[in-house]
Write a protein that binds this ligand. Structure first.
Ligand code: ELE
Length: 197
């Protein structure tokens, strides 16, 4: 969560070579990459992206133990889920897999903290009340730190990153659906990386 200010969230549908894409993102200063397990090519993309020097490749949309097992098998270095299941938290811990489960309210956070966590995804960030909701939520939980994702854009990311409880943000705005132009992706990624400077 401290390696880069923005984690690009990818939904890969075979439109772009995953190795070239990961190289582009690393070069632009966004080495931490989340490949959502929402498309048939996602696991293969994780496997291939792992060959890119400097990249830290994770699996997103991990909804079950079977998906976490597949992500580990493909070489994922971290996992992200939209919500929090205690079985997945325990499995990630047993397998030494850095894991960011999603929380959206105080009950989710209390369950996660009870399981020993202090790092969370805040999801869906904008529609759960945005920055006002997260800062209210962070009040009672002094040690909790967050990666908000869901609805964050190039325009709104810096306001989230200015919050002390926010270590990084995630989002799909860096690579839009069906986009193939790596030069455009590079410029967007470089602008996102600069938010951490
Ligand atoms: O499913 C997961 O594990 C996720 O990580 C969800 C993604 O973070 C969001 O879907 C990204 O939201 P947008 O940036 O609004 O497209």
């Amino acid at each position: 969560m401290r390696c880069a200010p923005v984690i690009p969230v990818l939904v890969l549908d075979g439109q772009v070579d995953p190795v070239a894409l990961a190289e582009t993102l690393v070069e632009a200063g966004l080495p931490v990459i989340e490949v959502t397990l929402r498309t048939p090519s996602a696991l293969d993309a994780i496997r291939r992206m792992r060959t890119v020097e400097g990249a830290i490749i994770g699996a997103g949309t991990v909804l079950s133990a079977a998906m976490m097992e597949q992500a580990i098998g493909a070489g994922a270095q971290f996992a992200v889920s939209p919500g929090l299941l205690d079985g997945l938290v325990r499995m990630a811990s047993e397998r030494d897999l850095p894991y960011l489960p999603g929380v959206a309210n105080a009950t989710d956070l209390m369950i996660g903290i009870d399981l020993g966590l202090d790092r969370f995804k805040f999801f869906p960030a904008e529609s759960s009340g945005g920055i006002a909701a997260l800062s209210a939520l962070a009040g009672p939980f002094l040690d909790a730190r967050f990666c908000p994702t869901g609805g964050i854009t190039a325009e709104t990311a810096s306001a989230w990153l200015a919050r002390t409880e926010v270590l990084c943000v995630g989002g799909s705005w860096i690579i839009r659906a069906g986009e193939t132009d790596l030069a455009v992706i590079f410029e967007r990624a470089r602008a996102a990386a600069a938010l951490g400077e």
